[in-house]
Structures are given as structure tokens and as C-alpha cells.
Design a protein around this ligand. Structure first.
Ligand SMILES: C[S@@+](CC[C@H](N)C(=O)[O-])C[C@H]1O[C@@H](n2cnc3c(N)ncnc32)[C@H](O)[C@@H]1O
Length: 258
């Protein structure tokens, strides 16, 4: 089973946490968003749409093909006049051409079959000289071993078949770079980031989030019984009664529309 982004039950899956300073520290040197227009494509609950506005963007448009995600993002960002959300497909957003300075796509492309079409749409939206920022996990990011510093690695130790699923859907860096190049982007840069996903007071808080499959689409490939087994497996490997800091390694590609 894969996640159904359109299901009302999943509408808060990408809304229940805060963007952390380690993400800001890596993204900020890549592009100056102050007074810029940003499109956040595949915006989910709009966490990063808000983060771009917090960084000084003049206007942010979040786009998602799921009406439920758009509803959640709108609800979570109500009262912020410079952030709007629209339903649209990443391959044909419906936004005007050359209407933004930055296109941001986080955790989107591994859900798509056609990266070129996605990046061509990003190029269409951008003004000349605009920047695309694409964040996802490569097969190498995903396959890092489990440890208290990389809890997600335990998912694959416990259920190796999940790693096959990840390897099949995660983009290699070469594939992303080539697709960006073919779609009209130059001056490509690649950085990696250990992004804090969430902090929990203790293991119980983490396990509750895990059992809810919150924000981790790969967990939709496990049954409820398997999810309980995974929680037990991880619980045996983390210190009891101590705060849990969940970090994942990501790759961020950026390119300038030429
Ligand atoms: C893993 S979530 C990431 C959400 C958000 N970018 C974040 O990082 O918190 C992927 C999002 O992409 C959206 N999505 C998937 N395929 C899409 C498509 N073809 N067009 C637009 N949005 C899409 C999903 O609905 C979901 O909200």
C-alpha cells in the first residue's frame, strides 16, 4: 500500500511539525529569498511555504495536487496574507509563466515518474535568473545505517523490503542533475543536510508519531502489526526516558534558469 495524499485521513500528515534551523542554515546560502516571490510545489501542509515567508519572501504560493493538503495548508497559515495555496499538479501548476523568483520542491520528486516534465514546469514559472531548489533523499541518503542519530535507518534494518521500495523510488543525484540540465537550469549546486525532522520529549512521543505514520510515506507499506514491531525494534535501540531527536539526511540541488 502507498500513501493516498488525497485521503482526508492523511490531511495532517505533513503539517504537524516545525521547520528547524538546520534546514535554514543550509538553504539560506543557496538563495536570498528576501522580497522574492516563491512557489512551493508539492507543499503538503505548507510548513515550508511558511518558512520561506519567515525568511523574508514577499509572497509564497503553495501548490499541491491534493485538495486535502491545500485545505490543511490554508487552515494552518490563515491570517498570513502573503501566503496562498492552490490546487494544481507539479507538471502543470496552472500558475502564470515567469511569475516567481524561486521554485522549491521538497520531498516531491520521488513521487513523480517524469522529472523532466516537473522541472520544465519549474522553469516555465521562473523569471530568467530564477532559482529552483529541489530537496529529496537519494538512495545513498536512505541507506545510511540506523543509529540514535539516524533513526530512519532502523526502518530498513527491521524491514529490509522497505529499502527495496526506497531504492526503486528515490532519485540518484546524477538523474536529478541531468533532468535539471535538460530542463533549462545551469550553475547547478548540490549540498547535503542533516535536517532535524522533529524533537520528542521521550520515546513514547516518537512511537505515537511513528504508529500514526505521520509524515513518512514509506510506513504506509507496513501493516499495523508490522508498525508495532518496528516501534519495539527502535525502542530497544534508543535510550529510555530521554528526548528523541529525529534527523534525516537529504540532498538539495539548486540551479539557475538560464
Ligand atoms: C512527502 S509530501 C511533502 C510535503 C512538503 N513538501 C514537505 O516537505 O513537508 C509530498 C507532497 O507532494 C504532493 N504531490 C505528490 N505528487 C504531486 C503532483 N504530481 N503534483 C502536486 N503535488 C504532488 C503530495 O500531495 C504531498 O503533499
Amino acid at each position: 500500500m502507498t500513501i493516498d495524499f488525497h485521503a482526508p485521513a492523511n490531511r495532517y500528515s505533513y503539517a504537524g511539525r516545525e521547520v528547524q534551523s538546520d534546514w535554514v542554515a543550509v538553504v539560506r546560502p543557496l538563495v536570498d529569498p528576501v522580497a522574492k516571490r516563491v512557489a512551493d510545489i508539492g507543499c503538503g501542509g505548507g510548513l515550508y511555504s511558511a518558512a520561506w515567508a519567515d525568511l523574508g519572501a514577499a509572497h509564497v504560493t503553495g501548490v499541491d495536487f491534493s485538495a486535502e493538503m491545500v485545505r490543511t495548508a490554508t487552515e494552518k497559515n490563515s491570517g498570513r496574507a502573503n501566503i496562498v495555496f492552490r490546487q494544481g499538479d507539479a507538471l502543470a501548476t496552472g500558475l502564470p509563466a515567469e511569475s516567481v523568483d524561486i521554485v522549491f520542491e521538497r520531498a516531491l520528486i520521488h513521487h513523480l515518474a517524469d522529472y523532466d516534465a516537473c522541472f520544465r514546469e519549474a522553469a516555465r514559472l521562473l523569471v530568467d535568473g530564477g532559482r529552483a531548489i529541489v530537496q529529496d533523499r537519494t538512495p545513498e541518503d536512505v541507506a545510511l545505517p540506523g543509529s540514535p542519530e539516524h533513526i530512519r535507518g532502523y526502518f530498513f534494518e527491521c524491514f529490509p523490503r522497505l529499502l527495496d521500495t526506497e531504492r526503486a523510488r528515490r532519485p540518484t543525484s546524477q538523474v536529478v542533475e541531468q533532468a535539471l540540465g535538460r530542463s533549462g537550469f545551469g550553475a547547478l549546486q548540490k549540498v547535503t543536510v542533516w535536517e532535524t525532522r522533529k524533537r520528542y520529549d521521550d520515546f513514547l512521543g516518537f512511537a505515537t508519531d511513528l504508529r500514526g505514520r505521520v509524515g513518512r510515506s514509506i510506513l504506509h507499506a507496513l501493516t499495523d502489526a508490522e508498525l508495532n514491531e518496528l516501534a519495539r525494534f527502535i525502542g530497544q535501540r534508543l535510550p529510555a526516558n530521554a528526548p528523541v531527536v529525529e534527523k534525516d539526511r537529504w540532498t538539495i540541488w539548486s540551479g539557475t534558469k538560464t
